[in-house]
Design a protein around this ligand. Structure first.
Ligand SMILES: Nc1ncnc2c1ncn2[C@@H]1O[C@H](COP(=O)(O)OP(=O)(O)OP(=O)(O)O)[C@@H](O)[C@H]1O
Length: 356
């Protein structure tokens, strides 16, 4: 197992791009951490620094007992950084998985046993002699994972491991990663995909434009984001966040659109009100539970799915999304009332954005 600690880490790439700024993190060992954030947030840069493939411009990175005073020192023994782009197409699968094992001190026979065992685990046995360039994206991902298994590192870093995998392989990979965790590995994966992140992660790190937006236990961060900024970045679709004004009659938008929500106590006149898309339900549905707040949504589009519908529209002038179960239809007026229970409403400070 290996705990990963970053102290005030910044990384300025050549050309002056500040990919990370003053990031401090303390990641639990023996857990799965998902590093999330929009394109260009700094996810790959963070993984590369932890793997000692690149040096921080400032700050220190510690992995287990390998500290980065000299930033490369000892790190290769504890971290396997699995980058799809780094696979050599002309190598066969066996050599790709075996590369570096003897340098780590394994005898040839031990290296061979480790590779064959790992290949078995990721069902790559029949592929051993195939060139990497002849493999599909999904098969390459399995090579990457197989290599990580064979090396038995204490921390495994995976950059976008689910890209290019079909649904069945995604599920299989999630199972493999859980099994690796159960065997004691610390796993860090960068992903854009919230389904995978939330299905797997014990811990979430949210980055945006190089700064750390949030870090904490995945479920808690998802249910109660610490700031409005985090709320807008966590989940797909993320939480709706509306600027509201409070008085005795409840909460309203600046244009007077009223939500009720008298049960939401706030001493401030202005606040930000958050509600998760999947917490919303159509209030005309007589089976709907009692709504503590009602949002009149001017519907632009309803994306129909097998069990849930994504309602895209506006509340006042603010974009708003509902993920509503069952059949839902926009009324002739175009205004669909979506409600939420009291426990689904989150208030943030209007000035600081901190959760109330
Ligand atoms: N080697 C490099 N030289 C110069 N700039 C770089 C380099 N690597 C990354 N960057 C820049 O640093 C920022 C962060 O990039 P990074 O790849 O870490 O983000 P990311 O969150 O992984 O993005 P994506 O989700 O698109 O893969 C981006 O603006 C990127 O263009």
């Amino acid at each position: 197992m290996a705990k990963i600690v970053l102290n005030d880490v910044s990384k300025i790439h050549r050309g002056g791009v500040e990919a990370l700024r003053d990031v401090s993190l303390d990641l639990p060992d023996g857990a799965i951490t998902a590093v999330t954030g929009p394109a260009g947030a700094g996810k790959t840069t963070l993984l590369r620094l932890i793997a000692a493939q690149d040096a921080p411009t400032a700050g220190t990175v510690e992995v287990g007992d390998a500290v980065s005073q000299s930033w490369r020192l000892g790190r290769s023994k504890v971290v396997e950084f699995a980058e799809r782009g780094a696979l050599k197409g002309s190598r066969n699968v066996y050599d790709t998985m075996a590369a570096g094992l003897t340098e780590r001190g394994l005898k040839r026979s031990e290296a061979e046993a480790a590779v064959l065992k790992a290949a078995d685990a990721v069902e790559l046995g029949p592929f051993m002699a195939r060139r990497v360039s002849s493999l599909s994206d999904g098969e390459r991902t399995r090579v990457i994972l197989g290599r990580a298994f064979a090396h038995q590192p204490r921390a495994i870093l995976l950059d976008d491991p689910f890209a290019g995998l079909d649904a069945v392989r995604r599920m299989a990979l999630r199972r493999e990663l859980r099994a690796l965790k159960a065997a004691g590995a610390t796993i860090l994966l960068a992903t854009h995909d919230w389904t995978d992140a939330l299905a797997l992660a014990d811990h979430l790190v949210v980055l945006d434009r190089g700064h750390l937006v949030a870090s904490g236990p995945a479920r808690a961060l998802y249910d109660r984001p610490p700031t409005a900024e985090a709320a807008r970045l966590i989940g797909d679709p993320p939480m709706n966040v509306l600027p509201v004004r409070a008085n005795q009659t409840g909460l309203s938008l600046e244009d007077g659109t009223h939500f009720g929500a008298t049960s939401v106590m706030t001493t401030a006149t202005f606040a930000l009100l958050g509600v998760r898309p999947e917490a919303l339900f159509a209030v005309d549905d007589e089976r709907a539970p009692h709504a503590a707040a009602t949002f009149p949504v001017r519907v632009e589009e309803i994306e129909r799915g097998a069990n849930v519908n994504l309602v895209h529209g506006f509340v006042g002038s603010h974009a708003f999304v509902g993920r509503v179960a069952g059949h839902v239809e926009a009324p002739a007026s175009g205004l669909l009332k979506l409600g939420a229970a009291r426990e689904a409403l989150v208030l943030f400070d209007a000035e600081t954005g901190a959760a109330a």
